[in-house]
Design a protein. Sequence first.
Length: 146
Amino acid sequence: MKTIYVLNGPNLNLLGKRQPEIYGSATLEDVERLCAAACDAGFGIRLLQSNHEGQIIDWIHEAREASCGIVINPGAFTHTSVAILDALNAYEPPVIEVHISQVHKREAFRHHSYVSLRADGVIAGLGLAGYVAGVRRICQLASGAG
Ligand code: DQA
């Protein structure tokens, strides 16, 4: 079984309760269910969430040995974290960056992403469908398709 890490940054534990007008009413459990269902045969997901930058970095390090790709919504760390970028730069398999909201339509400080300097694909504004597209893309790339 090949494992796709689905990593979520700060405040995403509140998905469904937090600013539903921006992030919708679905929860992180819904994300987990949708991502698991989106996997091709022979693939599985490990969905994780933390409000702590160092914990996310530790999971990226763990993923080096344990995964075939990462789908990551780094939350606000997207816009601030060189350390998460460095961790992803030390990770070889494909990385897809996901944002539930359309960050480019929002405040200027959300327009820059450190993670995009490493990501093989970036998805914003598709709601939870962005995670599904990310998982589908990792399955495709990990199966050797371009
Ligand atoms: C987010 C967008 C970020 O700007 C914000 O800080 C988040 C969530 C999104 O999924 O749209 O926490 O990554």
